[in-house]
Design a protein around this ligand. Structure first.
Ligand SMILES: *Cc1c(COP(=O)(O)O)cnc(C)c1O
Length: 444
């Protein structure tokens, strides 16, 4: 496999101190490294399956957003569910990130990782519970993204009970089509997310009568892994028109939350994240700048995948290579419980051998895990350099919706996680033990 499979270097951007390659994984002396650290060394030290992340790449991606929107007041609220590791949250929090959370559990993660960021938290999700609302009210988060009228009533009741005022935005459903996998598209009326944008004005009017509610913003989120920027602009334009109406109605709307969802390129074709963010920023700025919004209106963005996906990969070891008739299976020690994206969304992940082969010999195989499900695969009919039992392979672009979607299915301990930071490999989550797995269970 040639070096060209690892994406090209970026052109220099004076606003950024560093412009690392699109992926932090590259061959050095025929062995894959992450920011100078050998993956075969990491496998020996920490075992496999192992998630490996680059702190530089995460910081770089976050900085791309910061620079692209520098001309207006903004907060980049990283979507915690993409990768909720405490060490990654701390890294981003220290750089000034806010956080988009979808549960009380994620609120506790932000508190533990970097407490000062609590005031930059937005709370999304269609099913918030009382304990979650109470915890977020007491933490004085920035904004509740409210997804139904019933939730708004509950929020008012809890704010009154705690004698606090709740800043909220309605998450409106703009009825915009985003071309992505149906499981991660959210912006159409048929989806469970948000409130019909045409009903929003009346709800704000009612809400403004409650002294426990502060109608502070409007938010939208149309889905995930969206690579065209036009749907973002279309959704934002609809939100701006609503904000204009709301201001006429006398509401003091200070925040516009344009959501997350900017996609990446999972295939091995060239992809320049700096260019992609630039396109996204231009598309949003076009609708924001020509609008009724004043320059002080604070822009919130909720990117998840774009910041962490390509900064991480899943390192796994080949257990067996098995032939069934004409088909070849490469069986790895990672399974769908460790990375579910291929099984859940038919997602594509590039796969590289950790040792660069000296020959051009290839095999065509299904790359599968040990879990007892036919859906337990990482790739089907993939052409790979010939691998044998004991070899290490790397599943690229697994930094988002990888570890955060793991499970203990088949009573398998979840992977450990390593963050490469300042030339050092830091263990940020130890491998689970059987004791961890069995601890909550009772035999009454
Ligand atoms: C999942 C989610 C995000 C992040 O989406 P990405 O595709 O990872 O950028 C942002 N906002 C909300 C409300 C979400 O549910």
């Amino acid at each position: 496999m040639s070096k060209s499979r690892v994406a090209p270097r970026l052109s220099a951007d004076p606003a950024l101190s560093q412009t690392p390659a699109t992926r932090p994984f590259a061959y050095r002396n025929r062995t894959l490294h992450c920011d100078g650290i050998s993956l075969s060394t990491l496998a020996v030290e920490h075992g496999t399956p192992l998630y490996v992340y680059s702190a530089d790449q995460i910081a770089y991606r976050f900085q791309l957003f910061q620079s692209a929107f520098a001309s207006r007041p903004h907060t980049i609220c990283y979507a915690v569910k993409a990768n909720s590791s405490l060490a990654i949250l701390r890294l981003l929090g220290q750089k000034g990130a806010g956080f988009d959370i979808v549960s009380g559990g994620e609120l506790e993660r932000v508190r533990k990782a970097y407490k000062p960021a609590l005031q930059r938290v937005v709370f999304s999700g269609v099913g918030k519970q009382i304990w979650e609302i109470d915890a977020a009210l007491k933490a004085n988060i920035l904004l509740f993204n409210v997804e139904s009228e019933a939730e708004l009533h509950l929020l008012a009741a809890r704010a009154e009970a705690l004698n606090l005022r709740a800043r909220f935005a309605l998450r409106v459903n703009p009825d915009v089509f985003a071309d992505t996998h149906p499981y991660i598209s959210t912006g159409l009326r048929e989806h469970k997310f948000g409130i019909d944008i045409n009903a929003a004005r009346a709800i704000y009017r009612k809400a403004a009568k409650s002294k426990w509610l502060d109608p502070a913003g409007v938010s939208v989120h149309i889905g995930s892994q969206i690579r065209k920027v036009d749907p973002f602009a279309a959704a934002t334009a609809r939100v701006i028109s609503l904000i204009s109406d709301l201001r006429k109605d006398g509401h003091n709307i200070r925040y516009i939350d344009a959501g997350g969802g900017l996609g990446i390129e999972y295939s091995d074709s060239a992809f320049d994240p700096a260019q992609q963010i630039q396109k996204y920023a231009v598309a949003l700025s076009r609708v924001l700048s020509g609008s009724v919004l004043d320059p002080e209106t604070h822009l919130l963005l909720e990117p998840g995948r774009f910041i962490v996906a390509q900064a991480g990969a899943l390192l796994t070891r080949v257990l067996f290579v098995k032939k069934n008739g004409t088909k070849t299976f490469v069986i790895t020690d990672a399974g769908m419980n460790d990375l579910i994206r291929p099984a859940l969304y038919q997602a594509h992940h590039e796969i590289l051998p950790v040792q660069q082969p000296r020959t051009r010999a290839t095999l065509t195989a299904d790359i599968v895990g040990p879990v007892c499900e036919s859906g337990d695969f990482f790739a089907r009919d993939r052409v790979l350099p010939t691998v044998k039992p004991g070899d290490l392979i790397l599943l690229l672009d697994a930094g988002a919706y990888g570890m955060s979607l793991t499970s203990n299915y088949n009573t398998r301990p979840r992977p450990a996680e390593v963050l490469i930071d300042g030339g050092e490999a830091k263990l940020i989550r130890r491998r689970e033990t059987m004791k961890d797995l069995l601890a909550p269970e009772l035999l009454p």
